[in-house]
Design a binder for this molecule. Sequence first.
Ligand code: TRH
Length: 425
Amino acid sequence: MPGGPALNCPSSYHDHVTLFPSTDLATLDPAKGSSAHSGAHSKPALWDLFCKVVDNFGDVGVCWRLAADLAACGQRVRLWCDDPSALAWMAPDGSPQVQVMPWPEHLSHVEPGDVVIEAFACDPPADFVRAMAAAPRPPVWINLEYLSAEDWVERCHGLPSPQSNGPGAGLTKWFFHPGFSSDTGGLIREAGLLEARGRFDREAWLRRLGVHLRQRERLVVLFCYANPALPQLVRLLADQPTALALTPGHAQAQVHQMALPPGMRTLDLPFLSQHEFDRLLWSADLNLVRGEDSLVRALWAGRPFLWQLYPQADDAHLVKSAAFLDRWLGAETAGQAAWKADLRCLWRAWNPANPPRDPTPHGTPALALPDVGHWTAGVESLRQGLLQQDDLSTQLLRFVGSRGRPAGSGESSLRRHPAGAAEPL
Ligand code: TRH
């Protein structure tokens, strides 16, 4: 990248955020840790958020954003994670109200907080669950599920799962599904995010990153898995001078092996913090995103985007992909607008079966970039619709409040902290 990246990535997460070694756990006081927000009348609730990193960056990425947002709402959060290494670049500054803790096999000496969230059914340690069951006022226990636009999500969101055996016998675990309709738990959307987006100075930010766009050059961000449709998409993008900003990993590896058409150049990006990654998406003319968290951030960015879902062996990603498109564009019809037909075609090519196979007996359909004006307006109308629903943290706070006030926390501590709304992002 010309001028080099202006954003530094720390080498180790441990350099930047205090990690609590397991030997220190016993020193957490009975009041369940320290808090800068403790007040005479209401003490912030303590949330234990458990995260196991299965693959890629989404597990810890989603958990960090949620933890930081709950903290911005005035809560205290312990994020228990088996591999927090990616937080070194995602969240180099940490958050004063979030303690990142190593995932321990035994947690019998730690008093559970007011709320326990296990992300993506990751199963908190048995000792900890036993302590939850034994507590005089057991915490509210939530299983935060993966994001999907499928219809069944609305039916399952908020359902109880009474535990009849195992360490949590007698407790109830609640299913909490993020999603795209008012019958779901919503999406992570920090207070003030859209306002910060509105104030954003694209040129200044790109300059700081070391990116200088040429006249009429389109900026395309590429964050993807290995994708056989990439050469085809690159050819389509050659209709206009284009700078392809490549995230580390698959995007850089694939594009560096390709011969680029004239008028196209590449910019190799370092890993950016989530804060800066958001701004990268805000800067782009087209965002090619993957997984769950970057989809949500592309939605809030409000720029045309394509979403590559994590390819699953049973092709479950194709079902999820179709559900998202139908929710966005409406059911596919023969006479639908041209931009929608183009987008569906491109989207399907961008999300091949696993392993890839010919989509039709007649071969690969011809692809076209959707009309950019309609595409942008379509994303904007999707975004406006999603802004009508409460964000994930607000819904979690309301849900936990409705399950009865947790021990040690005042009524007002289970609402989005008013200060959070005013905080500049
Ligand atoms: O990394 P992902 O592909 O994660 C996915 C999803 O979690 C998916 O649900 C899971 O099934 C699959 O892995 C195995 O994509 P995602 O969800 O967008 O997470 C990427 C995170 O990395 C997100 O929080 C944004 C962050 N990020 C940065 O902060 N800076 C960067 O420079 C980049 C490239 C990403």
